[in-house]
Structures are given as structure tokens and as C-alpha cells.
Design a protein around this ligand. Structure first.
Ligand code: CU
Length: 530
């Protein structure tokens, strides 16, 4: 089923999920998006990081605590598997600052591709310059969508699928758990004639604010309250629209779901009209000044500041993503967390591993002079979003080309050094603050969440406390970008990982199974692994 079954738990519960891999030729692993995994860092579900892929025919049981509450989702983190519908919602019940009457549950708004993910990846990795970027064919709400078969000249298909449907009771307040598990699409969600009160972004409860449109980048969630202030006979549409400005599209950008009030005629379709922002083409999240977490935390001073300029360029044969001139590819057979646990700190250059030691706070200024949106996600933490703004000047973003591939110990952590065109030596990745003026939005309590949309020709500044020893990817959540090297691997507190972390034997078992399988079968690693 698409989406997969909803996982419900109370805050603090332990969740166990047994996964049996019935793929004939693919490994798999499931990531529990947004959970911190403190104390179970090995259960993060990232193949090559925390485990070997679950081999075809093998089973693995995840066990972790519902350490945050609100709405989220799970998805395969093996290659771009999740892009073919390998996703499901998660609801963790916890304290509510604002009361409401009815919980309508998860509303997953997801782009949809007619081709299987392996075909999408094949097209993407046609030798440079022949890459074919996959385009979504339609949009779905809780797995249901429509497709204009006739218009598309597809005589085989029938456009008779039902629409997703929800019930409103007049006068009552309804909670909707909006989740974007798309491969690429930024989603704009509206309900005709109704407004949203946003109470939570990702796993972070915030001071409530009102809006008529919710913008979700890939991986993001917003929990919203909607008061049913219509007549008891009303029927309206909930709309999810994926602007072609934010992701390439084959058309069919809108999907509708039905909302019927208690006395509505259910045999009739709503005749309500879309609101003024239903077809907004703005790809950014709501203004940072609007979003203040309920649990206040001031912006911390960083121990380390990194600048990551983003580029899409050829690696000689294929188009891949670079961050500060580094791209990425993974070894499924040798999880990085296991290696750090054994005291290893030298990594193949292509794994793009950066050891930040026990530095307290990491700050990343991510600069995107390109023309694509990147929903930036980090595992195991909620990051603070300090600022965003325009960043268009390539000369500023790329002040020189890194000429050396050497690594060196700098400030106690291993990183790259090189020299710029003007002969200046970089001990970081560029000139700090090149696009950012240093101003922090809501410095006494900036937005926190686990995904932030980095708009085209823009920068964002994110930072987090290193309070969770482990190995975590900082990555773009667009499936095709993630497949094509858009990953920065962060080793956090390696001493704690090596000296205090007791990784259960069952994690080694995933590698024994995978080794046995990959000794008998050719593993066709069609992308960077994630
Ligand atoms: Cu991206």
C-alpha cells in the first residue's frame, strides 16, 4: 500500500518495526525521519552509515524510542527507493499547547512518477551531457491522485480513481498533520474558504500563527488547526499544488481532496473556488520571523563555521552535486559508524566524511547560486535556522577553485585545505559571510526544524549543538540530488562513539547477511547509495 501503514505511538514509547526484504535484487533500510536516536544511534536506518543494507530475503527489527512528538514519516534510505512509494506516516502523541476537537491524522502530499525509481536514476545518470532529469507525472494526497489519461494520449490508463476525503464538523477545530514525502516537489497546500493555524513545524511546536497556504519542502511537516466555520452542508476542496517553478514537471500539478461537512451532499462534488495563494509559485518556507519555537533557545555562538557553496557539475563522466568542491559515494559493506566505533578516522575521500570532534556548535552557511531548490535535511538533530537571503554572485560564492585534495588536521578536525585563484590559502571552504550579512532572525529564539528549503540563488544559515555522538548525513532531500552526491557526512564526537558506544551485535548481522548475499550476487549500485 502507498503510503505504508501509519505508525502511532505516545511520546516516550519504544517503537519496534520488523522489516522483511522481499525485493529480489535490492537491499533496503528504513530511516525514521526526524527522530534523534539518542542512545540508539545505530537504528537511524541509513545504509553504509549505521548498518549494512538488509539483504534480499533477510529480516531486521528496528527498535528506537519516540523521543520527539508530532508528525513525521518513514522512508527507505537505500538509493532512491522511496521515490516509488516506499514511505509511510508517523504520529507521536504528546503534550498540546493548543486544544482542538478532532485529529484528522496524516495528510501526505506526494509527487508521483510513472516510471520506477531505477528508470529515473538510469536517465539521470546518462553520460554527461545527456542526463534526463525525471519529471513528476502527477500529485497525490494519501496515495490518491488523478491523471488526465485521454489528454495524455494514454489509452491504456483509466482515470477513475477516488479522491482522498475528509470530514469536517461545523464549529469544531480539526488538526491536520501535513507531510511532504515527495521525491522532489515543494507542495503548496490550501483549503478553499478556510485558514490554517500552524502549531508545529517538523517535530518542533511553535507559537501559533495564521496563514492561508502551507509550503512544505521535501521531508517537511506542518501540523495545522482548521476551524470548520462553514455551514453544516458545505463541501470544499483541499488542494495540493506543486509549482513547476520549484521542480520540473510533466504537468498535472494540482491534486484535490474532498472535505465534506456533516450534512453535505456526498454525491455532489464541491463547487468551492481556490484561495488567492492556491497556485503561488514561491518555493521558500514561511518567513523566519513568523516561526518561534515554544521551547525557547537563543542562537548559540558557533565553535566551527563552514561555508558550503553548492554546484552541479561533471565529475568527468556524469553530472553530480558538489558541496565545497566535494561530492559523495558510499560503501554499503562497511558502515561508517562501525568504523568510528572501532577507532578508525581515516576515510576514503569519496565518502566526504568530516570529523568535527567534540566542538560544541556547528554552523553551516550553505550557498546556492544555482536555479534549483534544495530542501536541506540533517539527521539526529533539530537545527536552528538563523537566516536566509539572496546569493547570486558566483565570484563571491566561488572565490577560487580548490586545487588540492589533501586533508589535514585543522583545529582538531580533519578537513580539506587548498588555495584560491589569488593564491590565498583556505583553511575552510571559502570566505566566511560572503552572502550572509551576519544578521540572525529572532536571535533570542530562532526557528528550529529538521528540513529547511534552500531556495534558488539563495543562502541559508543553519546550526546545531553537537549533543548526539554518531555519524550523520547532512543532505538535500530531493531524491535525485541525494542520489547524485549531495551529501556531507558528519562525524560527531568520535571519542564518545569509540569509547562509550555499545553497538548491538544485531547490527553486525546486517553486514554478515549483506556480505553473504553480495558474494553470491552482483550489487548494482546505480547511484551514490542514498
Ligand atoms: Cu537538492
Amino acid at each position: 500500500m502507498i503510503p505504508g501503514p501509519t505508525i502511532e505511538a505516545n511520546w516516550g514509547d519504544w517503537i519496534e518495526v520488523k522489516v522483511k526484504n522481499d525485493f529480489e535484487e535490492d537491499g533496503t533500510a528504513i530511516h525514521w525521519h526526524g527522530f534523534l536516536q539518542k542512545g540508539t544511534q545505530w537504528m537511524d536506518g541509513v545504509p553504509g552509515y549505521t548498518q549494512c543494507p538488509i539483504a534480499p530475503g533477510s529480516e531486521f527489527t528496528y527498535r528506537f524510542q519516540a523521543d520527539l512528538y508530532g508528525s513525521s514519516w518513514y522512508h527507505s534510505h537505500y538509493s532512491a527507493q522511496y521515490g516509488s512509494g516506499y514511505v509511510g506516516p508517523m504520529v507521536i502523541y504528546g503534550p498540546n499547547a493548543t486544544s482542538y476537537d478532532v485529529d484528522l491524522g496524516p495528510v501526505m502530499v506526494m509527487d508521483w512518477y510513472h516510471q520506477y525509481y531505477t528508470e529515473s536514476i538510469d536517465g539521470l545518470f546518462q553520460p554527461f551531457p545527456h542526463a534526463i532529469v525525471p519529471r513528476a507525472d502527477s500529485n497525490t494526497i494519501n496515495g490518491k491522485g488523478t491523471y488526465p489519461c485521454e489528454q495524455a494520449g494514454d489509452l491504456e490508463c483509466k482515470d477513475d480513481s477516488p479522491m482522498a476525503s475528509f470530514n469536517f464538523t461545523s464549529g469544531k477545530t480539526h488538526r491536520l498533520r501535513l507531510i511532504n514525502p515527495s521525491s522532489v516537489a515543494t507542495q503548496k497546500i490550501t483549503i478553499d474558504n478556510h485558514k490554517f493555524t500552524v502549531i508545529e513545524n517538523d517535530f518542533v511546536p511553535i507559537e501559533a500563527y495564521e496563514t492561508d497556504v502551507i509550503t512544505l519542502g521535501v521531508g517537511q511537516r506542518s501540523d495545522v488547526l482548521v476551524t470548520a466555520n462553514g455551514d453544516s452542508t458545505d463541501a470544499v476542496y483541499l488542494r495540493a499544488y506543486r509549482p513547476a517553478d520549484c521542480a520540473l514537471s510533466n504537468g498535472n500539478e494540482e491534486v484535490k481532496a474532498l472535505i465534506y461537512y456533516e450534512d453535505a451532499d456526498r454525491d455532489a462534488l464541491p463547487i468551492s473556488a481556490p484561495g488567492p495563494n492556491a497556485y503561488s509559485n514561491y518555493c521558500g518556507n514561511d518567513d523566519l520571523s513568523l516561526t518561534k519555537p515554544l521551547l525557547k533557545m537563543a542562537a548559540m555562538d558557533p565553535s566551527v563555521t563552514e561555508i558550503l557553496p553548492i554546484e552541479l557539475k561533471s565529475n568527468g563522466t556524469h553530472l553530480v552535486w558538489y558541496q565545497a568542491n566535494r561530492t559523495f559515494r558510499l560503501n554499503y559493506n562497511d558502515p561508517i559508524l562501525e568504523r568510528v566505533n572501532q577507532g578508525e578516522l581515516d576515510f576514503p575521500y569519496i565518502e566526504n566524511v568530516h570529523n568535527y570532534g567534540s566542538n560544541k556548535t556547528l554552523r553551516f552557511i550553505i550557498e546556492n547560486p544555482g536555479n534549483q531548490v534544495h530542501p536541506m535535511h540533517f539527521h539526529g538533530h533539530n537545527f536552528q535556522v538563523l537566516a536566509e537571503g539572496p546569493c547570486t554572485n558566483n565570484q563571491t560564492v566561488f572565490p577560487g577553485n580548490i586545487t588540492s585534495n589533501s586533508t589535514a588536521q585543522i583545529n582538531g578536525f580533519t578537513d580539506q585545505i587548498g588555495s584560491g585563484q589569488g593564491g590565498e590559502t583556505w583553511n575552510q571552504f571559502g570566505k566566511q559571510g560572503s552572502c550572509w550579512d551576519g544578521k540572525i532572525v529572532n536571535a533570542d529564539n530562532p526557528q528550529r526544524r529538521d528540513v529547511q528549503n534552500l531556495q534558488k540563488e539563495s543562502f541559508i544559515v543553519i546550526q546545531w549543538k553537537q549533543d548526539n555522538p554518531g555519524v550523520w548525513p547532512l543532505h538535500c532531500h530531493i531524491a535525485w540530488h541525494l542520489s547524485a552526491g549531495f551529501v556531507w557526512t558528519i562525524v560527531e564526537q568520535p571519542d564518545a562513539v569509540a569509547n562509550q558506544m555499545q553497538i548491538p551485535d544485531v547490527m553486525q548481522q546486517t553486514c554478515d547477511d549483506w556480505d553473504a548475499w553480495s558474494n553470491r550476487n552482483i550489487v548494482d549500485q546505480i547511484d551514490d547509495g542514498l
